[in-house]
Design a protein around this ligand. Structure first.
Ligand SMILES: *Cc1c(COP(=O)(O)O)cnc(C)c1O
Length: 393
């Protein structure tokens, strides 16, 4: 058996007729850039997120960048975020000329630790970007309270959390804006690059709309310097089809997560993702932690199971951010997660046999490595007992 990390083909096959039909509609209408298919998707996605406005753009990175620009974040400003995220979160800040300031994440959930935020706030701080990592939302209530107290804006990086909830509220709907990626591998993925912003702030929505389209208020009348970040018509149409399945697909992910939990719950070297009450986790990624991560990853690869690491190097230790001068040890939890995290195959079409196969491979690995270390300990203690020195594991 071979278990891919993600299987976009299986999903395409399940909706291919609908996708071909809407793509044909886009072709017939030659509505390639922006246009009615994007507008329809924007309305549907805003209502799905229980927000007043949604704006379709070219990528998740663009969504973050345009939102920061529209909120007036620029050179000299600081934006607080976390070091264990996809690089795009920090890039969007840097591309505005602002500086990312990191705070560490919570020990059990890997999302922004609200207790560390206030110490990171300076007179230059303008915004906070919590990241809803792996499909589970950050602890938004304390984050919003701190932001309000210090007059900071909050932008949710919801690129991994389409449909996730926090105390009954949808990802993207709590902060001043929520940014989504519709990269093909995300829970809601386009058939190319795409992203979106949701907000209840009408002024922010129209500003972002202007910025994604060269800052123009009407054709060839440019109010401000923007860029080209429009969403393709084809992506809007495909996303409109796929949005109808998002909840069903997310529930399939949740069922798979429960299966993994049932199989792996008893293994002490494996730390399972911790689910919090009144958080609706949508498992973009099923990330476990293991002290033996690299050996386990190699063992799974041997069995043709594709697992991943999200992410092997935290942002403050990336070459691209060496100018921040943040040494190893600056964010111990994020660094530990980078050393121990392993993402198991997770996608809605995963079968029970595949989950069984992955879990069995992990169990076997664990039993073998336990037996091995037990043996090692026995050998070393019996040698010590015999007075042999210089032997150590
Ligand atoms: C995917 C992702 C992004 C960037 O989205 P793109 O569409 O690839 O530009 C940003 N932040 C997080 C947390 C992501 O997972």
């Amino acid at each position: 058996m071979n278990v891919p990390f993600l299987d976009l083909k299986a999903q395409y096959q399940s909706i291919s007729e609908e996708v071909k039909t809407v793509m044909q509609h886009v072709l017939n209408a030659t509505a390639f850039s922006g246009g009615p298919f994007v507008e329809r998707f924007e309305e549907q996605f805003a209502s799905y997120c229980r927000c007043k406005h949604a704006i379709g753009v070219g990528s998740g990175t663009a969504a973050l960048r345009l939102t920061l620009m529209a909120l007036g974040v620029g050179p000299g400003d600081e934006v607080i975020t976390v070091p264990n995220t996809f690089i795009a979160t920090a890039e969007a800040i840097s591309l505005c000329g602002a500086t990312p300031v990191f705070v560490d994440v919570e020990e059990n959930h890997y999302t922004m630790d609200p207790t560390l935020i206030e110490a990171a706030i300076t007179p230059r701080t303008k915004a906070i970007i919590p990241v809803h990592l792996f499909g589970q939302m950050a602890d938004m209530d304390p984050i919003m309270a701190i932001a309000r107290k210090h007059s900071l804006v909050v932008i949710e990086d919801a690129c991994q959390a389409h449909g996730a909830e926090y105390k009954g509220r949808k990802a993207g709907s709590i902060g001043d804006a929520g940014c989504f990626s519709f990269y093909p591998g995300k829970n809601l993925g386009a058939y190319g690059e795409a992203g979106g912003i949701v907000t209840n702030n009408g002024g922010l929505a129209s500003h972002v709309k202007m910025l994604r389209d060269h800052g123009q208020s009407k054709k060839y009348f440019h109010e401000t310097v923007g860029m080209n970040c429009r969403m393709d018509g084809i992506q809007g149409a495909v996303l409109g089809v796929k949005l109808r399945y998002l909840d069903v697909w997310n529930y399939a992910r949740i069922r798979h997560a429960e299966k993994y939990r049932a199989f792996l719950g008893g293994i002490d070297d494996i730390k399972l993702p911790q689910n919090r009450e009144s958080f609706h986790h949508v498992y973009h990624i099923f990330g476990i932690c293991s002290k033996n991560r690299d050996a386990l990853l190699a063992k799974l690869a041997q069995k043709e199971i594709s697992a991943g690491i999200h992410y092997p190097v935290p942002i403050h230790l990336q070459k691209a951010y060496q100018s921040l001068g943040l040494a190893k040890g600056s964010f111990p939890v994020a660094e530990r997660v980078a050393d121990e995290e392993l993402s198991l195959p997770m996608f809605p079409e995963l079968t029970m046999d595949q989950i069984d196969f992955v879990a069995t491979a992990i169990e076997v690995f664990n039993t073998q490595s336990k037996a091995f270390s037990l043996l090692n300990n026995k050998v070393s203690s019996s040698m010590q007992w015999q007075g042999v020195t210089g032997f150590s594991a």
